[in-house]
Design a protein around this ligand. Sequence first.
Ligand SMILES: [Zn+2]
Ligand SMILES: [Zn+2]
Length: 375
Amino acid sequence: MALNNNRTTRTSLVGLEDRLPALRERFWAKVDRSGECWTWTASVGLRYGRFAVRRGELVQAHRFSYLLAHGSIGEGLYVCHHCDNMVCVRPDHLFVGTPRDNTLDAVIKGRLRPTGPTSERSYHVKLTADAVRTIRFRHAAGESCQMLADAYGVTVSNIRFILTGHTWKAVVMPPAWRFQARDGERRREANATRAKRPLIRPTSADMMARPAFADRFWSYVDKDGECWEWRGRRSASGYGQTRVGDRHGQVHRVSYALTYGPVLDGLKVGQHCGNLGCVRPDHLFLSTASDMALRRNARGHGTRGRHIASSPGRSQPGERHPSAKLRAIDVVAIRAACAVGTTVRQLSAQFGVSIQTIYGIRHGRRWRCLPIEEM
Ligand SMILES: [Zn+2]
Ligand SMILES: [Zn+2]
């Protein structure tokens, strides 16, 4: 049985005696007796069936059923349901109780929880917290407000208020279920989420490992001439440019990496042909910055005012050191070899320097002019 908002005060059939056979017939015509519970199929108010016994007097259907069966209801007593089905009017499902019995019964059956959500304790309550949760869930699952209003015998506005959280605030609702009344509101929310999401690009190495990347890259290359020209974007200095994952890349470096493997940071890729827009792999070579500058100088290209050391091939600060045995490209190679597990002893033998020197290079104590970069 549920919280019984007994508004009608009729406690007997007094005044209806002469019309009783007609009333009885009209009453039972509105009842579906096919199930275990006998369901009231006509007007429902405050979740209970209601029946007009005469002009201006509505009686709760289950109460009238009890009156038809027993003749009277004790003063101040409620008619309650054993079956907890408020629209049931089957006489043997009904019993009378005091308001206290009624409340206790509701508590026992879990319909009314005195410690439950505030909304459920409201005098005008039509729904329970469970019903509210179910309504929100059913709406999230795609049922319309009208369908839910019909199912629960409340108005569409009631359903909307429940879904927007204006009513039944105490019944917490997962954010995903929150009803969005207007398209504009929904769009604003979607935009806000999109703006908050950080843009994550794959690393350039991940990007180059994708076969689709190579296909797309070569689709920008014109392979008709001796040199293979980049047809995409060029930087101000004349090199082809493209975005590779999380960074911008020079296209001849990308071409070299796609063909021969990763280019270590600190090394340069140059073109034998001198054509800055050429990405043909066999026109490309690996070099250090100093070698590149020398080469440009020899070709008569501008060096952008950079100082070229008088000693050929020793243009970088570390190389100009009087006792320098190694060149910058050796240092880069030693660090790369250490990173992949080559021992210092092996490197010492290969490059003709002491083990101490290899250690110094590896840890950045020597050749500080060539900073150790993440590889
Ligand atoms: Zn019943
Ligand atoms: Zn070329």
